[in-house]
Structures are given as C-alpha cells and as structure tokens.
Design a protein around this ligand. Structure first.
Ligand code: APR
Length: 240
C-alpha cells in the first residue's frame, strides 16, 4: 500500500524522529527502557538552565553524544530517502534529528527543526566551530565564552525559517509520512495534522503506537523503518 501511495503521490513529505537513526546505532529518547529520556531528565542536562547552572554535566552529556555520532553513520533507510528525493518520489524531509545523517546520506531538501549536533557555537559571540571541539574537550571559544551545540535546547525557540518552511511543505503534501517519532514534542507533532487538514494521506511508521495514530490513514507498528523502506523501494522499482 505504501509503495502504491508513493507512486501515485505528487508531493510526498517525510517527517523523521530519533527512531530513524536507532538502526544506525544512536539511541532514541522515549523507547521503553532504552530511550535517553527514560534514564535522564532532559530539563536537567539538555536545557538552557543546564547550560547556565549545570554546565559540567551539560558538556559531558553533549560530548558523549558527539562521540556517539562519530562511531555511527546513516543506514540504508537514510540512503533510500536520499535516492527517492533524487528520483522525485519524495520532495522534502522535515527532521527532528540533530545527527545530520539525512544530509550525510545525500538528502538535500532537509529541514532541521531542532538544529544540528554537527556544529557548536559560542554562547557569547556566536562564532561557529565543528563538533570536534567537544570531542577534544574544548568547551570554550577563543573569546572565552562557552561553546554550546547548535541544537535547540529545552526552553529555546525553534529556528523560524525551518518552522515556516516545514509548515509550507506540510500544506503542499498530498502524502505525509512519519518515520520513527513518538510525536510527543510540539511544534514538530503539528505538521502531520497540518498535512492531514490540507487533504494529505497520513502514514505513521513507528515501532510503538503514537497518539496521532487515530488521524493516520496507515499505521505500521512493530516493524523497523529500514525494512519498511526497503520493501517499499522494491515494490516501487517493480511497478516501473
Ligand atoms: N523503526 C521504527 N520505529 C522506531 C525504531 C525503528 N528502528 N527505533 C525507534 N523507533 C520508534 C520508537 O518506538 C519511538 O516511539 O521511534 C520513536 C522515537 O520517539 P522519541 O524517542 O520520542 O524521539 P522523537 O519523537 O524524535 O523525539 C522528539 O524530543 O527530546 C526531544 O529534541 C528531542 O527531537 C527530539 C524530540
């Protein structure tokens, strides 16, 4: 069914969450028993509060994530989305992920709602650095200010431009596919609804059920995203 809809669609938009990268070896946030936020309180380590009042733990937490990124890479699912973009099967990816894996896999029209862990910048002067600074335990700018990952921290606003473009893409979609998100965080979880309200078919591919499944035209639980995308790709090429 998914490959049929992909074939018939004029404008497919994909929204990805951390479940898109678990098959690359990166943990997600809320999977029962293993998600990062099942073990840590994000407001204590991934917030502006933590950056200002718990900075050693903040640096340690994000250095650990940067090192984790360096050991992992995009998987087949990321590569298929990049291939589908080149073939015009999908038009854009709205991602909540900060791993940069869609770009690394070759996707070009990627809207990073929550910023990126590939770069850090100075909290004081704004100067940007690569994330190797964190890997090398360099946490301060040449100006002396604190370096922080270029991600949206809890308590911060999302980048206006990415938000606006994501809303535009969602309104244009006639097929909107969610891959690997619990859809618990706003405003990212509003885009499937915007698409639906504008007449799109909504597909949710997620290991566990989400509160938005009731709005979906197709829900695929208990299957890995990589498998679902490879199966759809096989059917797509078969139907040529
Ligand atoms: N295949 C399919 N689904 C998967 C897979 C997989 N291989 N691995 C994990 N999942 C599902 C989990 O069941 C889970 O419901 O992906 C979902 C990921 O949900 P979250 O961990 O909540 O991640 P996400 O929705 O991206 O979180 C949104 O919260 O903390 C903030 O900024 C953070 O961007 C993040 C936002």
């Amino acid at each position: 069914m998914l490959s049929n809809w992909l074939k018939e669609s004029r404008y497919t938009v994909v929204l990805t969450g951390a479940g898109m990268s678990t098959e690359s070896g990166l943990p997600d946030f809320r999977s029962a028993g293993k998600g990062m936020w099942t073990k840590e309180d994000p407001s204590k380590i991934a917030s502006t509060e933590a950056l200002n009042r718990n900075v050693e733990r903040f640096f340690e937490f994000y250095r650990h994530r940067v090192l984790g990124l360096k050991d992992c890479r995009p998987h087949k699912g990321h590569e298929l989305l990049a291939k589908w973009e080149k073939k015009g099967v999908i038009k854009s990816i709205i991602t909540q992920n900060v791993d940069g894996f869609h770009g690394k896999a070759g996707s070009e029209n990627v809207l990073e709602l929550h910023g990126t862990l590939q770069r850090v910048h100075c909290q004081t002067c704004g100067k940007e650095y690569g994330n190797e600074t964190y890997a090398e335990e360099r946490f301060h700018c040449d100006c002396g200010g604190k370096l922080r990952p270029s991600v949206v921290l809890f308590g911060e606003m999302l980048p206006e431009d990415a938000l606006m473009r994501a809303a535009e893409e969602s309104e244009k979609a006639d097929l909107f596919i969610v891959l690997g998100s619990s859809l618990t965080v706003t405003p990212a979880n509003q885009f499937p609804l915007i698409a639906k309200q504008n007449g799109a078919k909504l597909v949710i591919v997620n290991m566990e059920p989400t509160e938005f499944d009731i709005y979906a035209d197709l829900v695929i639980n208990n299957r890995k995203i990589g498998e679902v995308l490879q199966e759809a790709d096989k059917n797509l090429s078969r139907k040529k």
